[in-house]
Each structure stands twice: as C-alpha cells, then as structure tokens.
Design a protein around this ligand. Sequence first.
Ligand code: GLC
Ligand code: CA
Length: 536
Amino acid sequence: MSQTKWWKSAVVYQIYPLSFCDSNGDGIGDLQGIISKLDYLATLGVDVLWLSPVYQSPMDDNGYDISNYYQIDPVFGTMSDFQQLLYEVHQRKMKLIIDLVVNHTSDEHIWFQEARQSKSNPKRDYYIWRDQPSDIGSVFSGSAWEFDSLTNQYYFHLFSKKQPDLNWDNANLRNEIYTMINFWLDLGIDGFRLDVIDLIGKDIDRKWLCDGPYLLERLNEMHQSCFQGRDVLTVGECPCLSIDRVKEVTSGDDPLLSMVFQFGHMSLDEIPGKGKWDCKPLDLIALKQYFNTMQTQLHNQGWNSLFWSNHDQVRAVSRFGSEEWRYQSQTMLSTLLFGLEGTPYIYQGEELGMTGIKLPQVAQYKDIETLNMANEKRALGWSEEQILQSIYKKGRDNSRTPMQWDDSYQAGFTTGVPWLLVNPNYTTLNAHQDRQSMQSIYRYTQQLIQIRKQYFSLIQGSFNLLYEHDPELFLYERECNSQGLLIIANFGPNVKEILLPVYSKQQRLIQNDQSFAFSQNGVLPPYFAAIYLYTR
Ligand code: GLC
Ligand code: CA
C-alpha cells in the first residue's frame, strides 16, 4: 500500500523566494516572480515545489521568524498572489508545499507581544519563561536565554533572540497551531516542510532538546488534528533523529510524517565536536557508509528525503564537487542522489550547477547565523581572513545569492538592487546559457527526472553498495523484480580504472561523458557518472 504514495515517486524543487525572481524591481524575489518562472520548473519535470516561508515577518532570519501565520509578507505579495500561485502550480500538474515554522515565532508576533506584558497575561504560557537562565546555547551563538526587563524573566530562544520558542506544553497554543495548519490545508496546498520539527518534543529543564521525550505524542496529535485523511506530503526537518525514530515516524500506510530530512552527510566535513565552522576534507568512504546505512535500514521500513543542498547548506558543486569540473561534478552528484531510495530534492540553481560565493568582506553578508558567528569568533581572536575562510566553506549566504537567469543586468533576477549580491559568475553561468549549451545541467537533470519516473527499481529497489572501500568511487546497484540498475560515479578528478560487474546484458540510460563505453575493464573519466539498466 504505502508503495503507491505519490510522494515516493515525486521530485521536489525548493524555492527560496527572496532569491528566486523579483517582479517589481525592489531587489527582493516575490510570488509574481515565481509565477513567471513556473513554465521553467514544469519543463524541468519536477512534481512538487517547496516554498521557504512567505508569511509576514520582520526577516530577522529571512522569514523563519513569523509574525503572522495568516498573512503573506508584503515583500512577497498578497494572499491573492498566493492563491494565484497555487492555482497556476496546479494548472501545470505540480503541487505546492510551504514551510511550517512552529518551534518558534517572531518576537513581533502578537502572541509574544502580549506574553511579554505580564506574568499573568493569557498568552504568557505560549512561550518559555524562567527566573534564571540555564547554560543552553543558541544555534545562532550566545545564550538561548534573553532577559526581558518588562517582567524580569528570561525567555528561551534556540535561534535568534527575535525567535522566541513556543511552549508546546500549552494545549491552547497547540490548538491554535493546528487551526492555522488546517487553514492552509483547506486553502488547497499539498503539504508542508516542517521546520526543525523534532524540537517540539523537547524538555529544556532536562536539557533534552533534539528528539525529545514528547516528540511522538505531539506528532501524533498534530497528525490526528491536521494531516489524517488528507493526501498531503509532510517532510520534517529532523537533524538528530535516530534511525529507529525515523522508522517510527515515517513507516506504515499512514505515517506521522511522509518523510524526514536527515543531516548525517552534512556533518562529515566538520571536525567532530567542533561544530559547523571547523572543517576538514570529506572522506568519501564515510559518506558511502552513511548512505549505505540509511538505504539498507530504511528500505521497506521508512522513507527519507535525498538532498545535497538547501538554503542552509552551501552549494553542492562547490562543496562535494569541483567548480573547475562544474558540469561533470554537478551531474555526477545529481546522478548519485537520484539513484538512491527516497524522495530527491533539488535546491534552486542546482539544476544549473550554481556555485557558492566569496565576498571580500564579512559585512557584505546578510545571514544572521553568519554575522553572529563572525562576532563570536572575533571575540575569540580569529582574524577576518580566518572568519572569511569559514564563511566561504559553510556560510548560508553561499546558497542564497539570487538565481542566475541570464547574462543581463543582475542576472535577470531584478531590475533594481538585489538584497544580496549576485554571484559575479552569472555572465557565463546562468539558466539561459546552460540551456543553449551542449553540456546542459538543466537538460541532464530533466533526463534524470524522467528516468526516475520510468524505472520502479529506483523507487522500490534494494540497495547494494559496491567498492565499499574505494576512496574515489561510488557505485551501487538497485534491484527489484529482476529490474536492475547500476549507478556509477567517479567522485573525483582522477581517471579511474575499474573492473565493472559482469551482467548478461546492460543498457545505458544516462551518462555525463559520452566517451565512456561499458566493458569489464572500464576507464572512468573525471567525475564520471552513469546509470545502466542490467539483466543478471
Ligand atoms: C531551520 C531553517 C533555517 C532556520 C532555522 C530556524 O533550520 O532551515 O533556515 O534558520 O530552522 O527557523
Ligand atoms: Ca520584489
């Protein structure tokens, strides 16, 4: 039964609205801008669009700080623009999911404005207040506690101090959230990406934050109150669930969440125990082990999402591939991802192999996490150069620079001054140019999406990792009912000789370098990738 869920064979495309397309020249992407690009997305072949938040927000964390869940922020447009977008998406046989941010609100949300007023305010308990702070730190540097002199108590904020955490112990709050979720579902959207949802089960007094003691009971209640009986896609951002927990949450015919985002592969280039800013080179064997575990453990027992990048992570090609071998390495990464079990996500610009950015000054960055980190590291004695190097490797603005549509003014993103600088490489790296080129990443992605829809082994097949201990090759087989697919990737710039498996028949479905011909003694060009259909 669960095999037939539409979202298992879907491909999702993430739009970061601030940076996608600006229709009115104010330098900020908006809903009409998105509408103007829907044909580009439909032609790519994606099934679902995920919009990062477009609700009313003071934009301290680019919309992940919501001040009104029922309003569209005026920089993006109006509720009628949203309804038009939804209609136009559905017209093109695509679906639309939106971000749901309910671990916290903005401090400018009316609930918090009221809660601050007095300890006896009816909304006080919607947030988390204590007389004394504990030593829990904020994800965005510093303490997670902020003193509010109005009532002489501290409120809790795991992210910026303008993002107070909601108190999920409060039943009234929970009901208001469910009413809001149902409002959007009744409007006809097709689901949600649930921001840091595993945090709603936390117990801060026990310092138990991720995957907390109340998570399952709250997801259950939310499911019963909102999602049950509706055929929607829900993807929970869950940075630290155990595999068993992922199974509990995503398995069965009517799972609590359709799928989760797991981040194990995103921390492999971090020095353990040091956090995201202290980096080391990626170890491909560790990456393969991670995927091997997830793939084999979740097969028939849960469902995962597949991604290399998003608005919080740097660009895939700059991080895992090579900007010098942009076409080869981006297509290699996409091939690997699309071969796996799970639902693939494309982050805007990934279908062009967009790269990260290196701005010369810290002050040119906009992301609150980046700026807070810079202050913190300065206080620890880091030089500006050291700070910049970390930002180049891990800063979130790397993936937030405006979409590069063509080689005209500001890459065709805006006629005004963009809110964040356009990557100067737009003159040669842009959607228009890519599609003119013999080596088009967009067209390659289009083909991958078609292959994904044609071969059920990609959705349901078993996973068999080959060459487990090779530090440069990533090969695996997917198999279901004698339909076999071999996914081949050379994860580096070296030509690799390889003994390929022997099948009775094999047929090429896609490959990123036409010079390669399948034979037992194969020679793989740099960043080579291919998918072959085989019969044993
Ligand atoms: C999630 C979002 C990120 C945001 C954070 C706080 O991780 O993806 O962009 O800053 O939650 O809402
Ligand atoms: Ca605009």
